[in-house]
Design a binder for this molecule. Structure first.
Ligand code: NAP
Length: 566
């Protein structure tokens, strides 16, 4: 037998570190680690020890004899990776996950502020707190009254296994040397300069919350929305809870075909009773229960070989029993598969083109080689004009396109633009507007003069742009923290001149509703308890006041308990 990695793989390589025979690849030391869609276990090398099972933070590893029908394809996919000659030649030594011990002499105890509590911020905190010999105090600032960034407000509600990573992050946030400030916006409640005065270093892990535009006529009509807004809405992000998405049309169109596009298309096409069992926001259940959508069309501007969705997500979608998935390969030319994984994926797409899945519900159609050129409608969207593209040259995933003169009108009342996230600059921090990231070199912020600025760092999407899966941020955070520690040990960090208590007093004076980790645990308990009653993982609180009220009630109850002489 062998173990198999399945869809929810987060790529953080925790499994790699514990494998005694180095049969899980790519490892963080291998060149394709940063671009691999997931990690794979070599069935020929696996010795069935099972060490990778508890190490996986998202329950993605299963024994092949225990595998569920829906995951059987992943056994083939894992094996496919190792049919590539380059992937067979791996050394027997295991990847060394142990980070070097730090020798700190004659230095003040390192005090670091992290802005953002998503995966990038949590991995950075974990890295600082777990580094032997360092002894750092970490203070994390989050704009929302709840933590976890995109794990809470981005990961799809029907991907609960992916959200298990928060158990690992909770262990970090619960550490003694960690202080969490929720409901605190840097730039509003506190400035960058104030943070810099109180800490040796500030790490920005603020993600990329904005979206990119198509710049086509009609794009601002009601009925066309950024997919990122739709995601935040159905996931109960407080800033989006009041949004309205009109689902009264028979056809919805999603532009772009990355994993976010597949997420929003799947949520639109899903059976509402399946969604009711997830932690999707209540307001989304109410709205989607009235949906008249019968078909969701996902449009990619290039061909299937270049599609941005990942193979695990395609496999999972093809196994969705409540959705009829079909693939339209009109105009697509045969291409040589660049790897066994690419071959696996094209075979699956061709199979779906010949025969849609027998799902019982709405249709979801993947289309290729089409670009939107105009959105139609007078007071709201009624249609989309697309132009057929041809691939110019075909060096696989980097192929570019040329528009032909074939155009088509697609009737639709809802268009979701899913063409990528875009970061915005925190006030007072150098920003590269072209790339939509904080200007940085390996994570160290770079001033407009071109000089590096020890003491200010970036990690995650705001450092490298919106790419990769959750675990990709671990390696990214390690890179940033390595530089920060180097600056600390070489005395290049500015010395904080104000005690952190001053900052805490200032914060509370400016914003009486700052929440901490204990407050979050109270909110978490309340959500999970409500979920238990409703047979759901949790029922999310989606407005700031309710969250603050639950935290305040829990604080009062704890205070009353502590005063009670019995
Ligand atoms: P993405 O993967 O970068 O996909 C963006 C899509 O938009 C691509 O199909 C791209 O096409 C298309 N596009 C860009 N500009 C366009 C234009 N002007 N006209 C038409 N199409 C255009 O971005 P994403 O889907 O937002 O995902 C962001 C990251 O989060 C990715 O790394 C993704 O894997 C990750 N994520 C992972 C999961 C998961 O693992 N389940 C879920 C959600 C997100 P081209 O390829 O032709 O540029």
């Amino acid at each position: 037998m062998a173990y198999v990695i399945t869809r929810s793989c987060c790529n953080d390589a925790s499994c790699v570190a514990v494998c005694p025979v180095n049969c899980i690849h790519p490892t963080p030391d291998e060149p394709d680690f940063g671009t691999s869609e997931m990690l794979y276990i070599d069935p020929a090398g696996c010795i069935d020890c099972g060490a990778c099972v508890p190490a996986c933070p998202v329950n993605a590893v299963v024994a092949d004899f225990d595998i569920m029908d829906r995951d059987i394809s992943f056994a083939d996919l894992n094996a496919s990776y190792f049919t590539e000659p380059d992937n067979q030649d791996y050394p027997g030594a295991q990847y060394n996950a142990n980070r070097p011990t730090v020798q700190v002499e004659d230095r003040d105890r390192l005090r670091v502020a992290i802005v953002g509590s998503g995966p990038a911020g949590c991995y950075a905190a974990e890295e600082l707190l777990a580094r032997r010999g360092l002894g750092a105090d970490v203070h994390m600032f989050e704009r929302l009254p709840v933590p976890w960034g995109l794990v809470r407000s981005g990961v799809a509600p029907d991907h609960q296994d992916t959200k298990l990573i928060t158990k690992q992050f909770s262990r970090t946030l619960g550490r003694e040397a960690m202080t969490l400030y929720l409901n605190v916006e840097v730039g509003r409640d506190i400035t960058h300069e104030e943070l810099a005065a109180n800490f040796h270093a500030v790490i920005y892990a603020v993600g990329a919350a904005g979206d990119r535009k198509l710049d086509i006529p009609g794009e601002d009509l009601p009925g066309i929305h950024p997919a990122t807004d739709f995601v935040s809405w159905y996931n109960g992000h407080p800033d989006f809870a009041g949004r309205v998405f009109d689902v009264s049309a028979k056809r919805a169109v999603v532009i772009g075909n990355g994993n976010v596009a597949l997420d929003v298309a799947r949520i639109l096409a899903s059976d509402i009773d399946r969604l009711r069992r997830t932690d999707i926001a209540d307001h989304a259940i109410t709205a989607l229960a009235e949906s008249q959508v019968e078909e969701v069309v996902v449009i990619g501007r290039r061909g299937p070989h270049q599609a941005a969705f990942s193979t695990p997500e395609l496999i999972a979608l093809s196994q969705q029993r409540d959705i009829q998935l079909s693939v339209d390969l009109t105009g697509v030319q045969e291409e040589v598969d660049r790897s066994p994984i690419a071959g696996y994926r094209s075979t699956l797409l061709r199979r779906l083109a010949d025969c849609p899945t027998p799902g019982s519900g709405r249709r979801l159609v993947l289309r290729f080689l089409a670009s939107p050129v105009e959105v139609h409608g007078t007071d709201r969207v009624t249609g989309l004009r697309v132009v057929r593209n041809e691939l110019l040259v075909s060096p696989h995933e980097s192929a570019s396109i040329r528009a032909t003169d074939v155009v088509e009108e697609i009737a639709t009342g809802l268009v979701l633009r899913s063409i990528g996230y875009r970061g915005s600059g925190p006030p007072g921090v150098p920003f590269d507007a072209d790339l939509g990231i904080i200007a940085n070199a390996g994570g160290r912020v770079v001033r407009p003069s071109g000089h590096e600025q020890p003491g200010v760092y970036a990690t995650g999407w705001i450092k490298r742009g919106p790419s990769g899966v959750i675990g990709t941020n671990k390696r990214c955070a390690q890179g940033t923290v390595d530089l920060l520690i180097e600056d600390y040990l070489t005395g290049r960090l500015p010395t904080p001149y104000a005690p952190v208590e001053d900052l805490q007093r200032l914060l509370v004076a400016r914003n009486p509703h700052v929440l901490d980790y204990q407050d979050w645990l109270a909110v978490d308990r309340q959500e999970v308890a409500a979920g238990r009653v409703a047979k759901r993982p949790r029922v999310k609180l989606v407005d700031r006041h309710s969250i603050v009220d639950v935290a305040a009630a829990a604080r009062s109850a704890a205070e009353a308990r502590s005063l009670d002489p019995l």
